[in-house]
Design a binder for this molecule. Structure first.
Ligand code: APR
Length: 236
């Protein structure tokens, strides 16, 4: 019997209990940094060192961070479901918890690429390099001679993996949204591709933006909410 397809859309809230600030909660990352400065091509052109330092700091924090119980439960669901994780997060905590099918819509903090290369034209990742938790500085060049930049989708840039994500959501038997304010498109519009009879579970301690008859809001933090969801799924 083929396993049912369970698709998870995660956001910053799933990593909050691993010590990462979300973006838009009180004292969120965008209260401390202007996204125009660290998450746009214009910010990069204006002050690339400031941008590199921002992501070097994130990589440093990631080195010492650990996946939490929510990441682990999502990975453990692979025992009973064909799980695809579509994440807006650039951290590697889903990977480190053991998830094996992950689509990073907004890029990955541990990866870098030339500031001008084949990626922009074709989304080809052949010039994308994994540097783990190392720093990159001004003067660090890719093999094509261009300055290395974070492999992150900045505001205003294309989201090459959105089509793959839509395909996954359209095939889901169960759709789970955990820890995202659903404010940034196209990720925020993915739930619209869920089949009409497919249950949607939203895990978030705050109020949520989706209200319809197939949606269940589990108003808990991610670790508790994923535990509650696992119980709901076990009881069929
Ligand atoms: N458990 C679950 N959810 C939580 C927790 C928690 N412990 N703490 C906060 N949340 C919820 C918040 O209520 C909010 O709905 O997580 C969500 C975080 O929303 P945002 O800070 O907007 O983060 P996210 O939705 O991931 O942002 C999307 O915006 O800036 C861009 O590229 C960036 O990927 C990011 C995108």
């Amino acid at each position: 019997m083929a396993k049912k397809k369970l698709v998870v859309l995660s956001g910053a809230g799933v990593s909050a209990e691993s010590g990462f600030s979300t973006f838009r909660d009180n004292d969120g990352l965008w209260d401390r940094y202007d996204p125009q400065d660290v998450a746009t091509p214009e910010g990069w052109q204006r002050n690339p060192k400031y941008v590199l330092d921002f992501y070097n700091g994130l990589r440093e924090q990631l080195r010492d961070a650990k996946p939490n119980q929510a990441h682990r439960i999502i990975a453990e669901l692979e025992k009973d479901y064909e799980v695809t994780v579509i994440t807006q997060n650039v951290d590697n905590l889903h990977e480190r918890a053991g998830s094996t099918r992950i689509i990073h819509l907004h890029g990955e903090a541990t990866k870098v690429r030339p500031e001008v290369g084949v990626y922009e034209q074709s989304g080809s990742e052949r010039e994308v390099f994994d540097i783990g938790y190392d720093k990159i500085e001004i003067g660090d060049k890719a093999p094509n001679g261009k300055q290395l930049r974070p492999h992150i989708v900045w505001f205003g840039e294309a989201v090459p993996k959105i089509e793959a994500a839509i395909d996954e959501v359209a095939k889901a038997d169960i759709f789970v949204i955990v820890g995202t304010s659903l404010t940034v498109y196209p990720a925020a519009g993915l739930y619209r591709y869920v089949g009409p009879k497919v249950p949607i579970y939203i895990i978030d301690p705050q109020s949520v933006a989706i209200h319809d008859n197939r949606t269940t809001h589990i108003r808990e933090v991610a670790t508790e909410g994923m535990n509650s969801l696992r119980k709901i799924l076990e009881n069929g």
